[in-house]
Ligand binder design. Structure first.
Ligand code: BTN
Length: 318
């Protein structure tokens, strides 16, 4: 009901009569007043003026599912959203929902995480109301070894979605860090529930530093606000990501990883330069050559042998 009342008040210049709203929604005037009070508690600034009615002055900066759904431009991604004020990690909640049989496309977002997870066992600082911390559940019909393409796809979607809102010089560092002036602004973590030859589901977790001050971040981190001084609407960025992601994902399912690779390579500046990659099986130094068909990094080592690297941390050495 609250959602329906909001839809009456959204984008209206003037006041909407309480009688009109109550009659259309089959509510008593008192019932309507109760809902208005609930909305105010959620942070909606609604004024009530006798003989004129109600007017929505301000929408709160919260990731409420009905705000995400409002004018969303996707067919399946984010249409069903699970919202939390605080979670240990959206990854764990999305994983449990995947195991419980939830469909592809559900979104789990939280205003804060107490144990946000990063790659390679690191943590992800998730300060309340400042950034975006969310996970998506996907059920691609792919072999587990092809899943890295989804990580690359996510990085492209995040980068394009931010750039649509604010034109800042972002780049992608393999495999999935989004950088701004060499500092990390967003990270992506992919977890896969699979058997050797069958993927049950994939959880893509995305964390973006948006309205953080520099003091809220680690020294190697940066946010849109700390860089540009501009506060950005988190919901707009989230909706942009869902749209870009769904477009790339749908293309990927039909045509394979060609487009993702092309776009990803456009935003990465390592090609032809010397790199050092530290992975689970040691460190490889050489020239960054290309991505292979599955999204692995190809590096020509100092002996001239081309090595295929699936995971690790990369640094440019020259
Ligand atoms: C990395 O760069 O190391 C990956 C960071 C991923 C952080 C996001 S925030 C939302 C989701 N929930 C988590 O616990 N981690 C991911």
């Amino acid at each position: 009901m609250n959602e329906k009342i909001l839809n009456f008040l959204r984008d209206k210049e003037g006041y909407t009569s309480g009688q009109d709203i109550a009659e259309s929604l089959n509510l008593s005037r008192q019932g309507l007043w109760k809902h208005i009070q609930e909305l105010r508690k959620l942070g909606y600034d609604i004024v009530a003026v006798p003989h004129l009615g109600y007017k929505l002055l301000k929408i709160p900066d919260r990731l409420y599912p009905w705000e995400i759904k409002e004018n969303i431009q996707t067919d399946f991604l984010g249409k069903k959203a699970f919202y939390f004020d605080s979670l240990s990690s959206t990854m764990d909640k999305a994983w449990a929902l995947g195991q419980a049989g939830q469909p592809e496309g559900i979104l789990v977002c939280s205003e804060k995480q107490t144990q946000g997870k990063g790659r390679l066992g690191r943590s992800w600082i998730s300060k309340k109301y400042k950034g975006l911390y969310f996970s998506l559940l996907l059920r691609p019909n792919l072999l587990p070894c092809k899943i890295s393409c989804i990580t690359l796809l996510s990085a492209v979607a995040v980068l394009k979605a931010i750039k649509k809102e604010i034109n800042i010089p972002l780049s992608i560092k393999w495999p999935n860090d989004i950088l701004l002036e060499g500092k990390k602004i967003a990270g992506i973590l992919t977890e896969v529930n699979a058997e050797q030859d069958r993927t049950h589901f994939v959880i893509v977790g995305i964390g973006i530093n948006i309205n953080h001050s520099q003091k809220d971040l680690i020294p190697e981190g940066i946010s849109i606000f700390s860089y540009s001084g501009k506060k950005i609407d988190r919901i707009t960025i989230l909706k942009n990501i869902l749209k870009e992601f769904e477009l790339l994902y749908s293309d990927f399912k039909v045509n394979g990883p060609q487009k993702i690779k092309q776009e990803w390579k456009k935003f990465s500046y390592i090609w032809g330069s010397k790199v050092r990659v530290s992975g689970v099986s040691g460190t490889i130094e050489g020239e960054a050559l290309d991505l292979d068909a599955d999204g692995a990094l190809l590096v020509r080592n100092n002996l001239g042998i081309i090595e295929k690297i699936i995971a690790g941390d990369i640094a440019q050495t020259e």
